[in-house]
Design a protein around this ligand. Structure first.
Ligand code: NAI
Ligand code: 15L
Length: 268
């Protein structure tokens, strides 16, 4: 049966806030968790992924988990280790102990961020391109994908790992014209990852049907994802302001963009 009760970790964050608004329309009942309290959701569980007991209690009784919590930018390895690597391990252990059979893991394009971006007639980047993390942050997403594969092979817990591009209200850079996922498409994709049958461990890219797309959306479409948005209407203005992506500019050369040269740093 399709999942109904879903634990949303990272619910106070940018993507969590967008999905809290959009997912209930698909019929989900969301249980929220974050390190930070959420002002308009007093019932949200305030817990650190480092707290094994709290994580186990949070997953008890849900049909599925959307795992967004963690450090979402670059940080010192020790911090990434705690929040993203140990934290994601705690979540999978809790799912195993409590019998939760489906997890959606917020991976990132930064797991493959050192992959050169396609130019000209180059083919789209396939989903089985090797991991090439561009940061400790990206490395933790590569780990998360491997963890998901391991829990499928060893314990039969299913995961869809979504290598999200940039999910924000609007694209704000020329790079984002290629990797943008509209919030509405984000909700469509999450719904597909929750309802598709027999996903085992499936890896997908998460973006809209952008005219300037860099990667192959076929594994996402195979789950039933049918993106409706395209960043192209934003192109003229962004290119007028910022110029086209330039050859010879290292920050424009790879999928990971600026994370390769000058990654944004996690603020706390
Ligand atoms: P965000 O930084 O706005 O939200 C992350 C949330 O996780 C925060 O509310 C934070 O308090 C919480 N968190 C951090 N450490 C925690 C811990 N130890 N225990 C419990 N909660 C903790 O990030 P955003 O943009 O909402 O992204 C959500 C997820 O999606 C992240 O895993 C991120 O890596 C991934 N992602 C997001 C993309 C995007 O375009 N927004 C692109 C690619 C991946
Ligand atoms: C990510 O993984 C980050 O979490 C998000 O804040 C964006 O920077 C995004 O990638 C991106 O590549 O634009």
């Amino acid at each position: 049966p399709a999942p109904r009760t879903v634990l949303l970790t990272g619910a106070a964050g940018g993507l969590g806030t967008l999905m809290r608004d959009l997912l209930p329309a698909y019929g989900y009942e969301l249980r929220l968790l974050d390190l930070r309290p959420i002002e308009d959701a007093p019932d949200a569980i305030v817990a650190d992924l480092g707290d094994k007991d709290a994580v186990r209690e949070a997953v008890r009784g849900v049909d599925a988990i959307i795992h967004l919590a963690g450090i979402s930018l670059e940080a010192p390895f020790e911090k990434i280790l705690k929040a993203n690597i140990e934290g994601t391990y705690h979540l999978y252990e809790a799912a195993r102990e409590e019998g939760v059979g489906r997890i959606v893991f917020a991976s990132s394009n930064h797991a493959v961020g050192y992959t050169p971006r396609p130019q000209g007639d180059d083919p789209l980047i396939p989903i089985d391109t090797p991991h090439r993390p561009d940061t400790f942050y990206g490395l933790s997403k590569s780990f998360g994908e491997d963890l998901a594969q391991f829990y499928w092979d060893k314990h039969g817990i299913e995961t869809v790992s979504v290598r999200i591009g940039s999910c924000f209200a609007e694209p704000t850079s020329v790079r984002m014209l290629s990797v943008w996922m509209s919030p509405a498409d984000g909700a469509r994709l999450l719904h597909a990852t929750l309802t598709a049958e027999n996903v085992g461990h499936t890896v997908v890219y998460g973006s809209s049907a952008n005219t300037r797309l860099w990667w192959d959306l076929s594994t996402a479409r195979a789950l039933g994802y049918d993106p409706q948005d395209d960043s192209e209407p934003f192109a003229e203005k962004l290119i007028a302001e910022q110029g086209e992506l330039r050859e010879g500019n290292e920050a424009h050369a790879y999928l990971g963009g600026q994370f390769v040269t000058d990654p944004p740093i996690w603020p706390y």
